[in-house]
Design a protein around this ligand. Sequence first.
Ligand code: ZN
Length: 245
Amino acid sequence: MRYLILSDVHANIDALEQVLADAARHGAHRVLLLGDLVGYNADPNGVIARIKGLAVEAAVRGNHDRVAAGLGTPANFNAAARASAAATSAMLTQESRDYLRRLPPGPIAVSPLVEICHGTPFDEDEYVFDRLDAVNAIQSASRPLCLFGHTHTPFAMRMTGDEAAFPDVSDGSTFRIEEGNRYLVNVGSVGQPRDGDPRAAYGILDTDGPSLTCYRVAYPVERAGARIREAGLPAGLASRLAVGR
Ligand code: ZN
């Protein structure tokens, strides 16, 4: 079985369409959603409608989904995130809002091999920024492979006993999921990459290896930026897309 891993789509329909078109070559028929379908970009309803048409095996909500759906406050959001959350909330159709409200908090165990979460298994809002954060997250995981999002930055850590290693997560890199090891992996963000590479990021998990591959794909960043400006969202959200920050 091959799973398409999507995280932090953030209402970027241009990036999502390009990822789905590119991912078609890998024959992944099921989708794992790691949260933050909405926020920052201009088309939350278009993204949710597109996602609804996919075979979603498992999904968790992100902090932006929760706030836009009216299930939380943007207290810890910065100014641009808060402005986009308010605009997103105003844009959402009832159908879209209902979809977001039904998304469960993580972690969700998908199979004996894999679990998914937005931030970490112990806290959906916690960020994995450094090695200590990663160790804490992996120690709270209930499956050998824990997939997470939230930081918008590709990252992988493999633990063999107390030894940590960091598999390559650049475009096209594959690593095997070896028995006896534990893995913590972020394939990056579809809709707002922050690692300096503006290309949309996604991953493919092949459970028959098992192995995981990270991919990047260019998409019409200019069009996504134009949508942001037309929607009256903060202009900085358009310029950061162009530089992947
Ligand atoms: Zn996010």
